[in-house]
Design a protein around this ligand. Structure first.
Ligand code: GDP
Length: 360
């Protein structure tokens, strides 16, 4: 296959890592996403950040700019970071088929005032099951009584500026939460004290309201993925793609919103997706992304593409998508592939989908 390229190139062609935000309700998942996106995303004025279908793209230059106060050796090798827009939604929690692995890394959000909550533990179990790397955002540090805010400050700097009382409360709550993680079988540690990344999970204290710790979180995500996932992030010609949502759009009929994890999709590609009544074989009529200058949900504002390279969030229009199932993998039929083989693989996915639907 195209993957078995044994000769390592000096600079590998890496794709952007894909990140999901998970955690208990009200821990601040949505707010964290808003905070890292900034406010002017729709106008395309937020330092090159672009709204995609179901995801937000952060170019490396934006991340470099926002993390410069950390003075880290921020040699960014990845082109950027793709963050899935819908925290706790189908995109991750209900991914149905084996073939639909989506996120390279997750942010598990914990409210510093509440510690581990039922859905935190659910998320943890999902992450373990899927073998997905994650970091922990210990959010809402600004709610510590007496917290003095410094907008978007690196967390070490922000903590130094706090009174002894605030620092004590922070340390007490942190220790409690580390103990709670231990009870779940996980070692955790503040990220800048963590000498055993990979064995010990990193905690980044954050505020989604005042932005402390956000630079740290961005840098950690990018550095950790590019350091430990070079193989996985190496650009491949083999398409890896997950259906996030099935939607009817006026003028386009039933469309699917997908995240292209790896590879390239072309207009006209023959594809196979999971359907309620069996595999759907169809071909891509159009590859669409939001118009950069328009609000995402305004009608008729899509850009058409002849081809799109991973990692990206894309809307696909094609015939026969009415019964497609979200959370499953999309396959491309290559020139050397047998459609029947691919339909069979899709059917395998179908079985696991159906067994889950039966259970729920
Ligand atoms: P989600 O359910 O996890 O997506 O949580 P939201 O992002 O909707 O946040 C829940 C509530 O907590 C909202 O009222 C937010 O304004 C608030 N919130 C989120 N993050 C922070 C934070 O860092 N500090 C403070 N003080 N409030 C926060």
């Amino acid at each position: 296959t195209q993957n078995s390229d044994a000769t390592p190139k000096a600079e590998k062609d890496l794709r952007s890592p894909i990140c999901c935000i998970m955690g208990h309700v009200d821990t601040g998942k949505t707010k964290l996403l808003d905070c890292i996106r900034g406010t002017n995303v729709q106008e395309g004025e937020a330092g090159g950040i672009t709204q995609q279908i179901g995801a937000t793209y952060f170019p490396a230059a934006n991340i470099r700019d926002r993390t410069k106060e950390l003075k880290a050796d921020a040699t960014l090798k990845v082109p950027g970071l793709l963050v899935i827009d819908t925290p706790g939604h189908e995109s991750f929690t209900n991914l149905r088929s084996r073939g639909s692995g989506l996120c390279d890394i997750a942010i598990l959000v914990v409210d510093i005032m509440h510690g581990l909550e039922p859905q935190t533990i659910e998320s943890l179990n999902l992450l373990k099951m899927r073998n997905t790397e994650f970091i922990i955002a210990l959010n809402k540090v600004d709610r510590l009584y007496g917290w003095k805010s410094t907008r978007n400050a690196p967390i070490v700097k922000a903590l130094k500026q706090q009174s002894k009382d605030v620092q004590n409360e922070f340390n007490m709550r942190l220790t409690q939460i580390v103990t709670q993680f231990k009870e779940q079988g996980l070692n955790t540690e503040l990220y800048y004290k963590n000498r055993e990344m990979g064995e010990t999970y990193s905690i980044v204290p954050t505020s989604a309201i005042t932005g402390e710790g956000i630079p740290d979180m961005l840098l950690l995500l990018v550095q950790w993925t590019q350091k430990t996932m070079v193989e996985k992030l190496t650009f491949s010609n083999e398409v890896q793609c997950t259906v996030l949502e099935v939607k009817v759009i006026e003028g386009h009929g039933t469309t699917i919103d997908v995240v292209l994890v790896n590879g390239v999709l072309h207009e006209g590609d023959q594809i196979v997706v999971c359907g309620m009544q069996g595999p759907i074989v169809t071909s891509i009529r159009a590859l669409l992304t939001p118009h950069p200058m328009k609000e995402l949900r305004v009608k008729g504002t899509y850009l058409h593409h002849k081809e799109i390279k991973a990692a990206q969030g894309i809307k696909i229009t094609a015939q026969g998508l009415e019964h497609a199932i979200a959370g499953t993998a999309l396959y491309v039929v290559g020139p050397d592939d047998d459609v029947e083989d691919i339909k069979e693989t899709t059917m395998e996915d179908m079985k696991s989908v159906m067994s889950r639907i039966d259970k729920s």
